[in-house]
Design a binder for this molecule. Structure first.
Ligand SMILES: [Zn+2]
Length: 621
């Protein structure tokens, strides 16, 4: 069973107002600093042949026979049929290592569902074998499900870079789980022994700093998992990817490469953050009035650039948005953001400064209704009222599915008089994902025998796979998998789709988690599309109907003759009762309810061509 953990509403990345108290942040960052600066107590063993150090994770007792001897198994439990909820299992005999544990925002048709998370049944059944969860970077589609799955997995150690773990801890703190969790800040120069598997990390560029790819070796074969990545030789945070390491890993041998497909539809190279920086600076330098820059709260590198430009062009910076303020604080404490002390001011003081000295960084570039930019666009923001002369820069591009909200937002801002600059008219955003030439570059460096495109819908992954032959990976060695398909590597020989562990869709809905196919969701869909008809009748134990049935219509349109329709339904309900009593001498309450539901549904579909949710209630008095 999945744990029922209270979900903090508003915990979405861009509209969260539940930021942690600063005392907790202080403690958390102190702890992280300690760990980064070598405070880790785990013993180090030098490994001369690689001039690297190996860290041994404590082994828990494992039971049972080895079912798949000398085989490395890789099982994606998310991220292969969608953009989001990324999670992959690696299993060698008695040891399991998990890479990422993200959630996905639901599509519109999943009425009211908060998130979709990976199905962890396979892991729950083998939780004593989990040696660690490796997190590649701090985006919610890689960390968001941790809070929902950790209690059922026995809180295995979470491995990640300093910033990644800072963001993970903020999530877990929101769910009040932090005290149960164990963390290990990774060093990309070390090797970690997790059971019989050895794991190394290499730095990649992405739209969040401190992102890592994973090199995992087992006695049966080796894999590389890129996490999300792009190549940027002039990145926003100034930290380069470990390109030499990737090449060296390629030389050591890689059987299977699991690589990010999110940007695979676009030809060429991903735009460098340097180009974005130049455009942003031009915009800031040219603006006469206030500037509002809306971006993702995780784009720490870009936020750093904006801080520098604000300083240079004599503007003060004001932050608006809970998740932005919380991430800003974590990144600042860990040294990922550097700026003069009096540059950043409280948004409450914004009206004290002349327009030409104001630069606001805000959340809500995706049109999220509760986020700061939406509140500005609808005049609901307490401190910032958009007016003529303001410049609003949308420094993100709409995530697929959000286009409608973003268009609405841009329209509202323009109506209020703002000059809106977005990625379709200027280079004010660069994607965090490798485009086709970058994907080929990764394959050329790592030189895998087999490629499994991950992170994306089928057509994105197919486009990624089609690039293989150009860099020496024949199409026969490119494998299109679904979530749950098992890949096996034995003595360097790779077998695909050997087994399917059948993963379910698991949804988080308010306080609970459950299956996507659940009755609750079907009922919501019916109500949203067709409305609700509720019928309450009072009846004696002898089966005599007392008074008139009470019929209530919600979201169900009957047109002009409401009274006539209600009378007709009243008659149908009474007829159903009489019909049942003729068929069955001792009908139960359930029998009455069933016949009323089915007879009324038949009448409504015939008369109105609609299928509302029908809710009969029989009260015996
Ligand atoms: Zn990412």
């Amino acid at each position: 069973m999945l744990a029922r953990i209270p979900l903090q509403k508003n915990s979405r990345e861009e509209d969260s107002f539940n930021c942690m108290g600063m005392n907790k942040l202080d403690k958390l960052s102190e702890w992280l600093k300690d760990a980064v600066q070598g405070g880790s107590k785990a013993p180090l063993v030098s490994q001369s042949e690689q001039k690297q150090q190996v860290q041994q994770a404590p082994l828990k007792k494992t039971r049972g026979p080895v079912i798949h001897p000398k085989i490395l198994r890789a099982i994606p439990i998310g991220g292969l049929e969608e953009v989001g909820k990324n999670a992959m299992i690696f299993e060698y005999e008695h040891d399991i290592v998990v890479v990422d544990m993200g959630f996905q925002f639901p599509e519109d048709e999943l009425f009211g569902v908060d998130y979709i998370i990976p199905d962890i049944q396979y892991l729950v059944q083998r939780k004593e074998r989990i040696r660690g969860i490796l997190i590649t970077h701090g985006h919610l589609d890689h960390i968001g499900a941790l809070a929902y799955v950790l209690p059922d997995l026995g809180f295995p150690t979470i491995y990640g870079s300093a910033l990644t773990l800072g963001l993970v801890q903020r999530q877990l703190e929101e769910h009040k789980l932090l005290k149960h969790c164990r963390f290990k800040v990774i060093d990309n120069k070390q090797t970690y022994q997790l059971g019989q598997m050895r794991v190394e990390f290499f730095r990649v560029n992405h739209s969040i700093p401190d992102a890592m790819g994973v090199y995992l070796r087992s006695p049966a074969g080796n894999i590389v998992h890129t996490g999300d990545f792009k190549f940027d030789f002039t990145p926003a945070d100034g930290v380069e990817a470990d390109i030499k390491r990737m090449e060296e890993i390629g030389k050591r041998g890689v059987d299977v490469l699991f690589s990010d497909s999110t940007g695979a539809l676009k030809p060429g190279h991903t735009l460098s953050e340097r180009i974005v920086a130049e455009t942003l600076e031009e915009t800031i330098a040219g603006a006469k009035g206030r500037i509002v820059i809306a971006t993702f709260s995780s784009l720490i590198g870009r936020i750093q650039q904006v801080l520098q430009f604000a300083q240079k062009h004599s503007r003060k910076v004001f932050l608006s948005g809970g998740s932005l303020e919380a991430n800003f604080e974590i990144a600042k404490k860990l040294g990922f953001l550097k700026f003069d002390k009096d540059l950043v001011r409280s948004v409450r003081e914004v009206t004290r400064y002349p327009d030409r000295e104001v630069l606001v960084i805000s959340t809500g570039g995706q049109g999220e209704p509760m986020a700061a930019l939406s509140r500005m666009a609808t005049n609901a923001h307490v401190q910032i009222k958009i007016h003529d002369g303001d410049t609003v820069v949308m420094s993100s591009s709409p995530i697929p599915g959000n286009e409608k909200q973003v268009r609405f937002l841009v329209n509202c801002l323009a109506q209020l008089g703002a000059n809106v600059v977005h990625s379709q008219i200027a280079d004010v955003h660069a994607s965090g994902h490798a485009q086709q030439e970058d994907l080929k570059f990764m394959m050329s460096l790592v030189r895998p025998k087999h490629l499994v495109p991950v992170h994306g819908d089928f057509y994105m992954r197919r486009a990624h796979g089609n690039l293989g032959p150009a860099v020496g990976i024949p199409l026969g060695n490119v494998h299109m998998l679904d979530n749950g398909n098992v890949i096996e590597v034995k003595d360097g020989v790779v077998g695909f789709k050997k087994e399917d562990i059948k993963v379910r869709y698991v949804v988080v809905d308010g306080l609970g988690t459950g299956d996507l196919g659940s009755q609750v969701l079907k009922e919501r869909e019916t109500m949203a599309q067709n409305g609700l008809v509720s019928v309450t009748i009072k009846m004696t134990h002898g089966g005599r109907v007392l008074g008139s049935p009470f019929i209530l219509l919600r979201g169900f349109l009957v047109g002009k003759d409401l009274d006539k329709s209600l009378k007709e339904m009243d008659k149908r309900v009474r007829d159903s009762v009489i019909k049942l009593q003729k068929q069955n001498k001792r009908p139960s309450v359930r029998d009455y309810e069933n016949i009323i539901r089915s007879d009324l549904a038949g009448y409504i579909v015939q008369k109105y061509n609609k299928r509302p949710l029908i809710l009969p209630v029989v009260v015996l008095v």
